[in-house]
Design a protein around this ligand. Structure first.
Ligand code: DAH
Length: 332
């Protein structure tokens, strides 16, 4: 029995080394260790032996089996790594050899969403405004009627910048501070949108990113009402998503608006999706910008731009927008 198994082990090694890919190795595996294999057959024969003989033969058989398994495992690792290198090589993008005539790239899906929204609001008579990504505490919170130490500040996981007084400089947590800058820069009438990048110390998951984009809207004029806000958001919803979509407002709370609302859209299948926040600009905010609330009134709204892109294109993981995987981005 002994020479037999030695020979078998040697043959096994040859067969394993000869397996050219993982499929071939699976077949060799079944032949060497499966029901019909030499090892299994020999194990069955153990039953007919006497105790001492069985002990010796059994141990030997286990060693041979373990030897075969070890070789199979080693070859499997080798073939897997070869298969992976081959895949990487086949998917490699050689940007130096791009045929520019035929393979022109296109703008990122978030950029296109951004531009589409700008076009849409510009078409409704709005201007586009920008503000700094590194903000001071006053514009991000104070002027927006967040009292010092108010719990509403905790809703925003703020990333502070090591500059000036501790807590005085931060990465803006929303685009609402641009409202303040727009009001400071010039008086009403104001009809403006403020798209931009915002930051929160969130852990990335399928619905959160520490860096994302928002679009803010601000209207300040004489006699602006809540009805103007609702009508504007409804017009936006239909223009952006299509005539079979509609919108609704639900009571909510934001320090910088009174009353405040949550803005939802209804999809053609009847389901509602939360899109953003809105409300009538709080008199304290108008006053902080030197505007008389008796003379001027306005509304504001803000929503996540990336979420809009996800919804429009049926993407289910926010992180895909930031991974820069060409195979994903090419689809949009
Ligand atoms: N800034 C709010 C946020 O990031 C969103 C928001 C709510 C903006 C209401 C507004 C508004 O202009 O009126 O959660």
């Amino acid at each position: 029995m002994t020479p037999d198994l030695d020979q078998h082990l040697a043959d096994a090694a040859t067969a394993i080394a000869a397996a050219a890919d993982l499929d071939a190795l699976r077949i060799v595996d079944a032949e060497l260790l499966g029901k019909q294999s030499v090892v299994t057959t020999a194990r069955k024969a153990l039953g007919a032996m006497d105790v001492e003989e069985r002990k010796v033969a059994g141990r030997l058989l286990n060693e041979v089996r373990a030897g075969i398994q070890e070789q199979l495992e080693a070859r499997r690792t080798e073939l897997e790594s070869a298969a992976r290198s081959e895949q990487l090589e086949s998917e490699r993008l050689d940007l130096t050899e791009l045929d520019r005539g035929r393979r022109l790239g296109h703008r990122h899906v978030v950029t296109r969403t951004w531009e589409r929204l700008e076009d849409l609001f510009v078409g409704m008579g709005y201007t586009v405004s920008e503000g700094p990504e590194i903000e001071d505490e006053w514009h991000n919170f104070g002027a927006l009627n967040f009292p010092p130490d108010h719990p509403a500040r905790d809703m925003y996981d703020t990333l502070y910048v090591d500059h000036g007084e501790p807590g005085s400089t931060l990465l803006r947590t929303h685009t609402s501070p641009v409202q303040i800058r727009v009001m400071e820069a010039g008086g009403p009438p104001i009809y403006s949108i403020m798209p931009g990048r915002v930051f929160r110390s969130d852990t990335a998951d399928s619905t959160h990113m520490p860096v994302f984009h928002q679009l803010e809207g601000l209207v300040v004029d004489r006699g602006i009402t809540f009805g103007d806000l609702a009508g504007t958001l409804e017009a936006f919803t239909r223009a952006y998503f299509g005539g079979d979509f509609t919108s609704r407002l639900r009571p909510s709370y934001f320090p910088f608006t009174e009353p405040s609302a949550e803005f939802d859209i209804r999809r053609p299948d009847g389901t509602w999706l939360e899109l953003g926040g809105c409300g009538m600009v709080h008199p304290n905010v108008l006053e902080a910008c030197g505007l008389d609330p008796e003379e001027w009134s306005g509304f504001a709204f803000g929503f996540g731009l990336d979420r809009l892109a996800l919804m429009r294109h049926g993407i289910d993981d926010l992180r895909e927008l930031f991974r820069n995987d060409q195979r994903f981005l090419e689809q949009f």
